[in-house]
Write a protein that binds this ligand. Structure first.
Ligand code: ZN
Ligand code: ZN
Length: 147
């Protein structure tokens, strides 16, 4: 018995009220409690679901990109690890300690002239010197002071 059955009218009214009901909840979302940006020292209030304010989101992404970029630019990676290991097996003693009459085994390959991202200087073995960790750390500190 189809004639006279008010199915379409009922269905549409039910659908309408359902949409209205869920719509109400959705449209209240922007009023969800805000919380401060997770960046240390930043008090900017941001919406729930985010961990950083807009400014710090961009800043953190930029820092990540820079870290990733410079690591690649420096040429560090498996190629460098392999080459430096080979170099150390051929030059097992720390150059600086050796100059002071101390025989200490080298653990790092250092660039005599800081390469500062220069690929040619980076891979130039005549610019490499074997250092022990102590001498290398000392040099790194001094390099930092100079720049
Ligand atoms: Zn922030
Ligand atoms: Zn040394």
């Amino acid at each position: 018995m189809w004639s006279g059955f008010p199915a379409p009218a009922v269905a549409s009214s039910q659908q309408g009220s359902a949409r209205q009901g869920s719509g109400e909840v959705i449209y209240r979302m922007p009023y969800a409690p805000k919380h401060p940006c997770g960046y240390p020292g930043c008090a900017a209030l941001i919406e729930a679901g985010n961990s950083r304010c807009e400014k710090h989101r961009i800043q953190e992404r930029r820092e990540l990109d820079r870290q990733r970029g410079s690591a690649t630019a420096r040429g560090y990676g498996s190629k460098w690890r392999k080459a430096s290991k080979e170099f150390l097996s051929q030059h097992p003693l720390c150059t600086k300690c050796y100059a002071m009459g101390i025989l200490r085994s080298a653990t790092v390959v250092d660039h005599v002239v800081p390469h500062k991202g220069d690929f040619k200087l980076f891979w130039d073995r005549t610019n490499w010197q074997p250092l022990c960790k102590r001498c290398h750390d000392k040099k790194t500190v001094m390099d930092g002071r100079w720049t």
